[in-house]
Ligand binder design. Structure first.
Ligand code: KG4
Ligand code: ZN
Length: 341
């Protein structure tokens, strides 16, 4: 990895909004010096979802270790860090507090600026680490365990939410269906793998809100449809059929995400799309976006999987842009469960 010794421009990013303890060092908002993620899947899998109290306790155990590891891997010392940027919203309050507490302590001890980061905005910036000169002027789709939102990102990076989920987020639907089918946690990667052997046309699934005329999403009805179909015909969850069920369910989510994002592009006059968030790791969703973008003449940006999933590299990357804009937080920085972009 490249090293960069301009003191002011190395940013330490810290991310603890949900169930991953993450720290990263990014130089000039574009050069990744280190990126460390400690997943908590082992403690949450038996519950089939994130247990907030357990998440914050694990963050407390891990935060110092992960920050030290990120510094070690970066090859520079804390004295070479010019600012600390940390996710302060949206997320689980107890989890956010751990990252923000650590960031405040480092900023205070090293007398460097503290920068507050909106996690969803950071997902929108994640691709800058791959295409450093990527400008604004696109429709952004952020799909994760907690969010399914569409954003209009103007040339100057002014961000406006144009749609969100009215119930379950896409990742939540993957996780709940995997849990219902007894497949494990997190459900997204498991269903993704299973669906590769299945026929996506085998089980007829609804495409909720695909024609709703707005840019909101709803995946709870799709979840109910799967549960209803399995109750009516238990054979479809048998080992020989379950890949078909997984593929059909996944295809419905992918169709809705692609269709509504393309419609948003048309409505707002953009010809560029960015997709990020944990669900953007899904191989079928990535493929459908690639196919459709090529048909529509749309330029598509989907970061590599390690930047789609929760990470602190995107937090440090956005931190650099906030630093340049002079957006610093005070030592009284608070945390918030809601996004408010
Ligand atoms: O962005 P993320 O890492 O954390 C949140 O902010 O929520 O997203 C986690 C979500 C989980 O619901 C997980 O099941 C889903 O992303 N996910 C996937 C895949 N990999 C992770 N969903 C579908 N297919 C995948 N390959
Ligand atoms: Zn996320």
């Amino acid at each position: 990895m490249n090293k960069c010794y301009h003191r002011e421009l190395n940013i330490l990013g810290i991310e603890t909004s949900c169930d991953d303890t993450c720290a990263a060092v990014v130089c000039d908002g574009r050069k990744l010096l280190s990126n460390v993620v400690a997943s908590q899947n082992d403690i949450h899998e038996k519950y089939g979802g994130v247990v907030p109290e357990l998440a914050s306790r694990r963050h407390i155990e891990m935060i110092d270790i992960i920050i030290s590891e990120a510094m070690l891997q970066s090859g520079i010392s804390l004295d070479d860090i010019g600012a600390v940027s940390v996710t302060s919203r949206p997320g689980l309050i107890g989890s956010l507090l751990v990252g923000v507490g650590a960031a405040k302590a480092i900023a205070y001890a090293k007398k460097i600026p503290l920068i507050a980061i909106n996690h969803l905005k950071a997902h929108l910036f994640s691709n800058i680490l791959i295409n450093p000169d990527m400008g604004g002027g696109f429709i952004g789709l952020i799909v994760s365990g907690g969010h399914s939102s569409l954003y209009k990102v103007e040339q100057d990076w002014t961000i406006t939410e144009i749609g969100h989920t009215v119930d379950d987020a896409a990742g939540e639907a993957f996780d709940k269906i995997a849990r219902f089918l007894g497949l494990g946690y997190p459900g997204g990667p498991i269903i993704d793998r299973l669906a590769k052997q299945g026929d996506s046309k085998a089980v007829l699934m609804p495409r909720p809100m695909i024609e709703s005329g707005d840019f909101n999403f709803s995946f709870s009805g799709l979840k109910t449809a799967v549960i209803y179909k399995v109750k009516k015909d238990p054979a479809i969850k048998k080992a020989e059929n379950i890949a078909d069920l997984a593929a059909s369910f996944q295809e419905a989510i992918a169709d809705v995400l692609v269709e509504k994002t393309v419609k948003a592009c048309r409505k707002y006059g953009y010809s560029r799309i960015l997709v990020s968030g944990g669900v953007a790791a899904n191989s079928r969703i990535r493929q459908l976006f690639i196919n459709r973008a090529s048909i529509e003449g749309i330029e598509l940006f989907i970061p590599p999987v390690y930047l789609c999933m929760d990470n602190a590299a995107m937090v440090a990357c956005l931190g650099y842009h906030e630093y340049v804009a002079g957006n610093f937080a005070s030592a009284g920085l608070d945390v918030y469960s809601r996004s408010d972009i």
